[in-house]
Design a protein around this ligand. Structure first.
Ligand code: SF4
Length: 900
């Protein structure tokens, strides 16, 4: 047999770290994934999500053919329908009656073409992106201070810093490879101090030398207090301020209100902790302040960014190795989207819609018939305009707004009412797709080819290593074909993605003369071969003149005066949950370690679904006690906008008065886990970014008549119960269930009917065994085919007390003896199959009980030894903070026992 095994260099499609990946395609079509040892973002490292990429290439849930009104059709009909409806809508109602809502998941070339079509040919700026939800406040903050959306930092700064401040960043879970680089840096430089600023005590905070659990949204006060402390200690870099900045006096006048007492009062932080933080910042020249969604996703996100930038400008700690502010982006190509102007208030190549010179330049470069002359609608306003009927034709590309936007039920209603919705996607099963009049199958990761830019401005190639399945096509091709059918054949007649990249690079250099930060002119003549072989490159890379080693080291900024601006950041009237007695809790949202966005890809991986198998709500023990919430019971959270049903997770990591839930669960994976429907549509006034970490909510116990847990080899049907949550597991699927309390008690018949609802009636080759404990009201059913378990259902009046990992493992057992069947129905692992417990290490599938056993046996005394003994934590390292916490807690217990 001919060997076709081949390894491709590409880039991870998940977070903004942008790790290099080696994807090896095997003869059996499987793909194995390794970190690329030569990529400057990760030098061979990958996190759990990147490592499990090979498990996510299945075609079962793919959208493979174009559809109009639910009927399969060919590309010509679908493209013609989209082009005609957009053209007719524009002719009847003007350019602003149509819109695109795109995504940080698409490649730079896709983004470039979409932006060119909307702004240069349709003549509207109604193109916005889901990156608005993750980093628009950083963009606005950069532009206010620097005059350009420039991220001055680079990853290597973490390795050269003596103080790293992580603010609003759960780096360990959200940018795990950067976190690993930081941990490695501390091993090399034990003097490196790490400060974590976060209301929650996350696993990132576990490694901090100082954790500052500040009151939600009090970051501006904290950094204003820091600026005052810097000024009082005489830490101003006078030369830098005098020669390269403006606006300090007003900024300092405001900051001077933030005495230690005031800052203590506003942030809730102890004066000792504040003094320590200020002291470390004062004394440490090489300081990096890395910030992320905890800063950006706020009603005052832009001010938070500028409060941070002010402190770095004041000390001149910017643009130099080992120091500076650093925005870590969430999405794989949020930065690429910014470069092509994928936001409604930007032009291409970091140019400004509000700048007539920039508009002239872009229009003359594109030779376009018109150019948008005013900002378009930002994401939240865009969907409000759809709801009002102002936007009548909408094209959504590679994103799922029905889950991810705030006030998500209103988004659903808007799509329902919209006369014409087009969705290009890779998945046939998103919550947004039912509202599409036309569905367009897009090429997925591994099939498409182009470039992405990561958080440190490094442009890397995503290369195709799999054939296009069905009729799937790259996004740039789909957009260009529609544009051609709208009458702009010549402008969108691209032979391939390399031609688009060349045009993008040429525009960045067009009449630039070092007046704009984004310049990749050196790449504008890349041949197809050179494009295919393009190695990762950090911009700028101008065609002529010396390439800058670093932005801002020379004191040159891109404002009109060439000076950086201090921005006065005063408190704004804020949404404050504590003042709303109907909604007394502050609702904070974020990610879990092993899932990505709405799980259309990571939900396919059993390994990644093992860490958290259902949506949950973290709540402090005191709040849980006051509400009579029990661990593992269910809770309902609600706001003025919607509600969700979530599993209760009681933890002291959560701040009293605040609750937290992850954002990943869609209606495909949980009955009522769409937390987007609960989030208030409140946005930052400068950036338009939603304040997704600060919604007022009510929390109450869910009165359940019964709880259930089910496993099966085949995917179960979605039941009609109040609560269910579905996850992949080794050998099949697992599902949590519950029903709201009614007068009716659960009976044996109900169990059988639920079993049939989930798995269908048993077949002639199957045998169903059941167990009923009338006193305890426990009911268990298990279905076997020959010697294998095919499905099981456990019902109880309280949360089902059965080991999930053991039960799921039972699906993979080849030979169930009669004794095993009894053990199974009894819900107890036999001694031959110990329970591994909840998955801690997704890479090697190691459960918490296995780690605890190794600690108990005295075989391991460090995280490294756990890796050597049972592999956990020895690959991607994402679970190392959790291993350390287990080790510390259990070593202490062992020590106390031995002392007593
Ligand atoms: Fe992918 Fe993980 Fe790297 Fe992010 S840190 S790019 S998710 S491997």
């Amino acid at each position: 047999m001919m060997q076709t095994e081949k390894t491709f260099r590409t880039t991870c499609p998940y977070c903004g770290v942008g790790c290099g990946v080696l994807a090896t395609r095997h003869d059996d079509h499987s793909v194995t994934i390794q970190g690329d040892p030569d990529h400057p973002a990760n030098y061979g490292r990958l996190c759990s999500k990147g490592t499990a990429l090979g498990e996510t290439f299945g075609l079962e849930e793919r959208l493979l053919f174009p559809e109009i009104e639910g009927q399969r059709c060919d590309w010509e009909r679908a493209l013609r329908r989209v082009a005609d409806r957009f053209s007719q809508t524009i002719a009847a109602h003007g350019p602003n009656s149509v819109a695109f809502y795109v995504s940080g998941q698409i490649l730079t070339e896709d983004y470039y073409v979409a932006n060119k079509l909307m702004k240069g040919y349709i003549g509207s700026a109604n193109i916005d992106t889901n990156s608005r939800l993750c980093m628009a406040s950083s963009v606005a903050g950069h532009k206010r201070a620097f005059g350009s959306d420039t991220v001055p930092g680079q990853y290597e700064d973490l390795e050269h810093a003596d103080l790293v401040i992580l603010t609003g960043s759960h780096l360990a879970w959200c940018h795990p490879v950067l976190f690993q680089r930081l941990l490695a840096a501390r091993t090399t430089n034990p003097a490196l101090k790490i400060v974590v600023i976060d209301p929650r005590r996350t696993t990132t905070a576990d490694i901090a030398d100082l954790h500052l659990p500040l009151a939600p949204d009090s970051d501006v006060a904290l950094f204003n207090g820091l600026l005052r402390a810097l000024a009082q200690a005489g830490k101003a870099d006078h030369s830098f301020i005098r020669n390269h900045t403006e606006g300090l006096d007003d900024c300092l006048a405001e900051a001077n209100h933030y005495s230690l007492d005031v800052t203590h009062h506003l942030t809730g932080l102890s004066k000792e902790a504040l003094e320590t933080f200020f002291d470390w910042f004062l004394k440490t020249e090489k300081t990096v302040t890395l910030y992320s969604q905890g800063v950006n996703q706020s009603e005052r996100g832009t001010d938070k960014v500028n409060a941070i930038l002010n402190c770095h400008l004041f000390t001149g700690r910017i643009g130099k190795l080992g120091m500076g502010p650093f925005s870590a982006t969430g999405q794989p190509n949020a930065m690429g989207g910014r470069e092509v102007g994928g936001l409604a208030n930007q032009l291409a190549a970091h140019m400004e819609l509000g700048n007539p010179q920039h508009r002239r330049l872009v229009q003359s470069f594109w030779q376009s018939p018109r150019l948008a002359d005013a900002p378009g609608l930002k994401a939240v306003d865009l969907f409000k305009a759809v709801a009002k009927g102002d936007v009548k034709a909408l094209w959504i590309m590679a994103t799922n707004p029905v889950d991810s936007l705030p006030d998500a039920d209103a988004v659903k209603a808007a799509l329902q009412a919209c006369p014409f919705v087009v969705i290009s996607d890779v998945s046939a099963q998103t919550d947004s797709l039912p509202f599409a009049h036309v569905k367009l199958p897009a090429a997925a990761y591994g099939e498409k080819s182009g470039t992405v830019t990561n958080s440190e401005r490094c442009i890397s190639r995503q290369r195709s290593f799999l054939p296009l399945p069905g009729d799937a096509k790259p996004d740039w091709w789909i957009i260009s074909q529609v544009a051609q059918r709208m009458g702009w054949k010549e402008a969108f007649d691209y032979p391939d993605e390399a031609a688009i990249f060349r045009e993008h690079a040429a525009l960045s250099a067009y009449e630039n003369h070092n007046t704009r930060d984004f310049d990749i002119g050196a790449l504008r003549n890349l041949s197809r071969t050179a494009y295919d072989q393009l190695a990762p490159v950090i911009w700028p890379c101008p065609e002529k003149g010396a390439r800058k080693a670093r932005f801002f080291a020379d004191g040159h900024f891109y404002t009109k005066t060439g000076r950086a601006k201090f921005i006065t950041t005063a408190p704004l009237p804020s949404l404050n949950a504590a003042h709303d007695p109907q909604h007394p809790f502050i609702f904070n949202t974020g990610r879990v370690r092993d899932h990505w966005h709405t799980m259309t890809r990571t939900g396919q991986s059993e390994r990644l679904s093992g860490h958290y198998g259902e949506p949950f709500l973290e709540i402090h023990p005191k709040d849980a006690a006051a509400l009579d919430l029990k661990d593992a019971s269910l809770t309902e959270i609600s706001s003025d906008y919607g509600h969700a049903l979530l599993r209760v997770l009681i933890t002291e990591r959560q701040r009293p008065g605040s609750v937290f839930a992850p954002l990943h669960w869609s209606a495909q994976y949980a009955a009522q886990g769409r937390i987007g429907s609960v989030i208030a549509p409140v946005t930052d006034p400068f950036s338009g970014q939603p304040a997704s970490k600060m919604s007022p909510v009510a929390v109450k116990a869910f009165a359940a008549a019964w709880y259930g847990f089910a496993i099966s080899v085949e995917k179960p049907a979605q039941p009609k119960t109040s609560y269910w949550a579905l996850a992949k597991t080794k050998g099949g699927w697992r599902m949590e269930l519950a029903e709201a309390q009614t007068d009716k008690q659960k009976t044996r018949t109900d169990g059988v009917s639920l079993m049939e609802q989930l798995f269908g009636p048993d077949t002639a080759t199957e045998e169903t065994l059941s167990y009923y404990d009338q006193t305890a009201q426990l009911y268990r059913l298990a279905r076997f085919r020959e010697h294998r378990l095919t499905a099981a259902l456990f019902l109880a009046p309280a949360p089902v007390a059965v080991s999930r990992s053991w039960a799921c493992h039972s699906l993979t057992v080849d030979c169930f003896s009669p004794q095993d069947r009894l053990h199974f129905l009894a819900g107890r692992p036999g001694s031959n199959r110990p329970d591994p417990g909840q998955t801690l290490c997704a890479c090697f599938d190691v459960g918490i009980n296995q780690v605890l056993q190794a600690i108990k046996d005295g075989h391991v005394h460090s995280v490294e030894e756990i890796g050597q003994k049972i592999q956990a934590g020895s690959n991607c390292g994402s679970c190392r903070p959790e291993l350390k916490r287990l080790l510390d807690a259990n070593t202490t217990i062992k020590h106390l026992k031995s002392v007593s």
